[in-house]
Design a protein around this ligand. Structure first.
Ligand code: HEC
Length: 228
């Protein structure tokens, strides 16, 4: 009998204790799920990039890139917003014409890339042959598109082409956000090919590469003379 009574009061005490434990769970924050049995499973101990951490004094888990950093993609291409130092002025246009060279040498692969970009981005105005007679011009939707082999453009340097593709010029809008750095230079290769074809110059002639190799030869010759 005494035993029974003891058991009863012991049960009441245990029940009260358990109730208070469960009731107090998560009381501070009504949205809290309460006890977490294996918090590591919910919250990995590894830091999240730019997450919170006590490791650095500013509380950020990772360091910010050095100011002025330019992101590069895995294939080393630059993003659309790569820096371009020539301003959108007449002086910038002239300077680009003198200063810029195509980083690509002419090759069947580069020409094929340029052609495919041209057929997506340019052909409707400039025409398949670059004569300025694209479908929009034929349908009177657009006017003033010059032929690449007109007197005005037959000697246009590639730097000016790049500048125009980048900023746009009069009726041609900027294409800087549509095609990236590499694509601009690739499509220029195709523009040069169309121009050479239109002018009846041997296809694929690469004036830039020739100019560069000439300079190398000249520098080589100067060095040789200097060493004598
Ligand atoms: C909506 C029509 C249109 C599209 C699309 C277009 N262009 Fe043009 N483009 C023009 C017009 C108009 C001009 C003449 C601009 C001027 O000199 O007034 C021009 C001029 C040019 C010139 C001569 C630039 C200069 O400095 O004189 C080049 C090179 C050129 N375009 C290349 C391209 C390439 C490459 C593309 C595709 C990436 C393209 N264009 C897309 C309409 C277009």
């Amino acid at each position: 009998m005494t035993n029974m009574r003891f058991n009863k009061s012991a049960l009441i005490v245990i029940a009260a204790a358990l109730t208070s434990v469960f009731v107090s769970c998560g009381k501070k924050d009504p949205l809290s799920p309460g006890v977490e049995y294996m918090p590591d499973m919910y919250r990995g101990p590894a830091s999240e990039a730019y997450g919170e951490s006590s490791f650095f004094s500013d509380g950020l888990a990772s360091r910010k890139p050095v100011s002025g950093s330019i992101p590069r993609f895995n294939d080393e291409t630059l993003p659309f917003y790569e820096p371009y130092s020539y301003p959108n002025t007449n002086e910038g246009y002239e300077a680009a014409g003198l200063g810029l060279v195509n980083p690509f040498a002419t090759s069947p692969e580069i020409l094929a890339k340029g052609e495919s970009i041209y057929k997506i981005m340019c052909i409707h105005c400039h025409g398949e042959k670059g004569d300025g007679n694209g479908i929009l011009v034929q349908r009177d939707k657009y006017a003033g598109v010059p032929s690449y082999y007109s007197a005005a453009l037959k000697d246009l340097p590639v730097g000016k082409m790049y500048h125009t593709i980048y900023y746009g010029k009069n009726m041609m809008g900027s294409h800087a956000s549509q095609i990236n750095y590499a694509e601009r230079w690739q499509v220029i290769k195709w523009v040069e090919k169309l121009r050479a074809d239109g002018l009846g110059i041997s296809a694929g002639s690469d004036t830039t590469a020739v100019a560069i190799s000439d300079t190398t030869k000249v520098i080589g010759a100067v060095v040789k003379t200097a060493m004598k």
